[in-house]
Design a protein around this ligand. Structure first.
Ligand code: FES
Length: 259
């Protein structure tokens, strides 16, 4: 059975921050009543809002299947994919508040500029096999394939980056901090037996700012792919950084050329 849901949606180009005065020029939360039908998700309701009441509402989406990572937003204050958030999880009388993800600059309405993530990705030295090994000649054990498979499930929705407190409220940390999405990329390459280009541990420590992370696991909690970002990527990388620095045998091994 359908019903009329109460939606509160951020409109405008200012920050959805209640500590600033929200004028029409800056942006504000707007209230709507929208039809909801059985089986629908938040993105369906946002689309109906566009079709019937707010044709200029800016929203980014693509697959509507939880795979492109485009429709990230905060729904009732929680970082979520709108296309994977079922309306049946809310009480029919409840007001559903949809605001843009907060860690990145707002472009308009529900759309943010996520280029910070791509800039950090560009800083990462790319995978490179040992000299003389051509594509098609790569050989690795199945156990090594499976070990990093989890990290390759990332859909780059950037909900982990959005929720990470190191940058969420601290714009000043962004130059030195790459964030959980890029830590799993570093871990994936560090675990790759054929990656011969760089010392990923040193890079994570010196260039990515992995030391800023104090393993609160907020990133893992919001990951729609259920990647164990903290337990399987960040903590192992931190441990290896510490081993490299303080364990005398590991230190000696690194000095005589072992990785
Ligand atoms: Fe692709 Fe939601 S629209 S993940």
């Amino acid at each position: 059975m359908g019903y009329q849901a109460k939606f509160r949606v951020w409109r405008g180009a200012g920050r959805p921050d209640e500590t600033i005065t929200a004028t029409e020029a800056d942006g504000a939360l707007h209230d709507y009543e929208v039809e909801v039908n059985e089986g629908e998700v938040v993105l369906d309701v946002i689309h109906r809002l566009q079709q019937t009441q707010t044709p200029d509402l800016a929203v980014r989406w693509n697959c509507k299947a939880g795979k492109c990572g485009s429709c990230s937003a905060e729904v009732n204050g929680k970082p979520r994919l709108m296309c994977m958030t079922r309306m049946s999880t809310f009480d029919e009388a409840e007001t559903v508040t949809v605001t843009p993800i907060r860690t990145f600059p707002l472009i308009r309405d529900l759309v943010t500029d996520v280029s910070y993530n791509y800039e950090k990705a560009r800083e990462m030295p790319a995978f490179a096999p040992p000299p003389g090994v051509e594509p098609g000649e790569y050989r690795m054990q199945q156990v090594d394939v499976e070990r990093s498979q989890e990290f390759r499930k990332c859909i780059e929705c950037f909900l982990c980056q959005n929720t990470c407190h190191v940058v969420r409220d601290h714009e000043e940390n962004k130059p030195e901090f790459s964030g959980p999405r890029l830590f799993i990329r570093a871990a994936e390459l560090d675990m790759h037996p054929l990656d011969d280009r760089a010392d990923r541990k040193e890079f994570a420590q010196a260039e990515q700012g992995i030391g800023y992370c104090n393993i609160t696991k907020c990133c893992s909690e919001v990951c729609p792919e259920h990647i164990h970002i903290t337990d399987n990527a960040i903590i192992p990388m931190k441990e290896r950084v510490v081993d490299r620095k303080y364990d005398p045998i590991t230190w000696l091994g690194s000095k005589i050329g072992r990785r």
